[in-house]
Unconditional design. Structure first.
Length: 192
């Protein structure tokens, strides 16, 4: 029991957002990606709607996704704000990644408000992040403005919505501590 708590809290505290610039070229095997996705299934889900939906982009698929994100960036950015450097970095991030998973939900407006489905997705993504960490796979949740325009590319349908991109890759980063302020500042105890 003590050992379980130690393992779990180590993984939770060790997990950091790891960005594509730190990824190596080593591909992540499909079995590892599948195990990471399987862990999402155990997230809490009100009314058991299981709203999480994922699309895995690997190989040429991830390159095409990067190109589409860059195209959407250019399309939705006024010419005077457009930065070629940013456009290029969107494409580069995709090629540096071993895999990109789009983080989508299937909404059930007759059953639940959107925020509950989003909360459930976030729990699922945290499970994925922790499982990735246990596999020494680097990952991070990215939420660029372009995801709002990705619906057609992803064929999400009337109730589908994309909330982010989960970039993944093996990496060579040295462990770094989390930047957080003390938890005690955010807790009130009521005992009487
Ligand atoms: C919903 C969500 C969206 C995020 N979007 C971005 C993003 O667009 N770009 C980015 O650099 N980091 C993004 N992050 C990662 C945060 O920057 C990161 O979690 C934060 O800096 C704390 O670092 P840590 O994850 O290593 O503890 C996002 C995180 C969450 C939960």
């Amino acid at each position: 029991m003590e050992n379980e708590i130690k393992i779990l809290s180590d993984i939770i505290s060790r997990r950091r957002s790891i960005f594509p610039a730190s990824y190596t070229e080593e591909p992540i095997p499909v079995e590892v990606i599948t195990a990471i996705l399987e862990s999402a299934s155990y997230a809490p889900t009100h009314k058991l709607t299981e709203p999480w939906r994922f699309i895995v982009f690997r190989g040429e698929g991830r390159i095409k996704l990067g190109n589409e994100l860059a195209r959407l960036y250019q399309l939705t950015t006024p010419a005077h704000q457009f930065l070629q450097k940013k456009y290029d970095s969107i494409i580069e991030k995709a090629s540096q990644s071993s895999c990109i998973i789009t983080l989508n939900v299937e909404l059930h407006p007759d059953k639940l408000p959107e925020w509950e489905e989003l909360a459930s997705l976030a729990c699922a993504v945290q499970n994925m992040s922790l499982t990735a960490e246990a596999f020494n796979v680097g990952a991070y949740w990215s939420s660029p403005g372009m995801i709002a325009d990705l619906k057609d590319y992803l064929n999400l349908g009337d109730y589908g919505k994309c909330y982010g991109l989960f970039y993944m890759g093996y990496h060579n980063e040295v462990p770094r501590a989390a930047k957080r302020t003390p938890m005690a500042d955010k807790i009130k105890w009521v005992e009487g």
